[in-house]
Design a protein around this ligand. Structure first.
Ligand code: ZN
Ligand code: ZN
Length: 377
């Protein structure tokens, strides 16, 4: 988010921050999230600032950070209307992209040209990405700025709708201006997560209006100054389920709404995308279990992904008891104890768990039926 910060002179950037970044070495942390059938899962951050607006980082450093963080694509989205460094860095809306793109090509990071249209609420701040000429977004009326973006084929999303500088109570509100955007094809997604801030209303509007779920860092300082990677924390990531790893395929997937948001252990999105991720992550040591009365079995569940799944049992009955709470840690195997009682009736049973860290609607978590058949003799 826009914060009023004093300019950090170039020598601090060169002699303090750059050596700190270099000290972290040339290592890329891969994030293993399974692909969905027919798509590749791309890890993206579509809201990033540089010295070309109120950020404190040169554009190429954003590419290096993305590479180290295991990302596939980023959009640089400096503010159009807020240029606090203009005395030292000339206003040039296309320049961050031009500077970052060659390094992106070298490191296989897709760099997307974007801008943040920065107006008071309503309508607030909106990012336009896949721009051809960002200069065209400098207009008096925000409607003209977004129309100019749309004419270039841009994907437009509403940033941080519950930002406290816009909404004192931290609750996102829908105004007539947002209906105007929607009706005119000028709103294609909403940030349900911006930095550390989640918006339940944004989640509901994405579902109601079929808009893409977006989750971005909105980073201004070096990424490690805003997210504590020592504690295994990651920046928010928008997962894009694209037909291939190209800019055109990302654009197609965003307009089709094939996204989900990940922040640390939490995944936010539509059930239809989250459940296949779970299914593709998990392996069992046995699918068909035959139990006598007063019997038990240790089901071994292997999580092959880098995600954590927090499960709680939904269908514990008199017939079948199973471990109530199970945390499936990345690249590890956990045990679900299944047992029958003396009085258990014969029959066929399946296990149903809720995935507490899958948020598929406000206050709702996804349920999943494990493909485990238990036959009680
Ligand atoms: Zn903003
Ligand atoms: Zn921003």
């Amino acid at each position: 988010m826009k914060t009023l910060r004093t300019f950090i002179p170039a020598f601090i950037l060169l002699f303090v921050i750059a050596p700190l970044l270099l000290a972290q070495g040339n290592n890329r942390s891969e994030i293993n999230i399974p692909n969905l059938p027919g798509y590749v899962t791309l890890k993206c951050d579509f809201h990033i600032h540089t010295v070309f607006s109120d950020g404190n980082v040169w554009p190429t450093v954003r590419v290096e950070e993305a590479w180290r963080d295991g990302l596939d694509a980023i959009a640089l989205t400096d503010h159009i209307e807020y240029q606090p460094h203009s005395k030292d860095v000339p206003t040039n809306f296309n320049r961050p992209y031009e500077l970052a793109k060659p390094l992106g090509d070298k490191l296989d990071i897709i760099v997307i040209k974007g801008s943040e249209v920065t107006r008071k609420m309503p309508p607030g701040h909106l990012n336009a990405i896949f721009l051809k000429d960002a200069d065209k977004l400098k207009t008096d009326d925000w409607r003209d700025a977004l129309k100019a973006a749309k004419e270039q084929g841009a994907f437009i999303f509403w940033n941080h709708p519950n930002w406290k500088a816009h909404q004192k109570d931290g609750i996102a509100r829908w105004y007539d201006e947002h209906s105007y955007l929607l009706e005119n094809g000028l709103l294609n997604g909403i940030e349900v997560l911006n930095g550390y801030t989640f918006s339940p209303n944004a989640q509901n509007w994405c579902l109601e209006y079929n808009l893409a779920f977006m989750g971005d860092s909105d980073v201004h300082d070096p990424i490690r100054m805003e997210y504590n990677y020592m504690g295994k924390q990651r920046r928010p990531i928008t997962l894009v389920f694209a037909k291939e790893k190209t800019e055109a395929a990302i654009k197609e997937a965003l307009f089709a709404g094939r996204t989900a948001v990940i922040f640390n252990d939490t995944l936010i999105g539509k059930k239809e995308y989250l459940l296949p991720i779970f299914n593709a992550s998990i392996k069992y040591n046995k699918n068909d279990i035959v139990l006598k009365k007063k019997d038990s079995f240790s089901l071994q569940v292997t999580n092959q992904s880098d995600l954590t799944y927090i499960l709680s049992a939904k269908n514990i009955t008199e017939e079948i008891n199973c471990t109530h709470n199970v945390t499936l840690l990345p690249s590890s195997t956990s045990i679900i104890e299944i047992s029958t009682g003396k009085e258990s009736q014969s029959g066929r049973y399946t296990l149903v768990y809720q995935i507490s860290n899958f948020w598929t609607a406000s206050g709702e978590h996804s349920e999943i039926t494990l493909p485990i058949h238990i036959e009680v003799e």
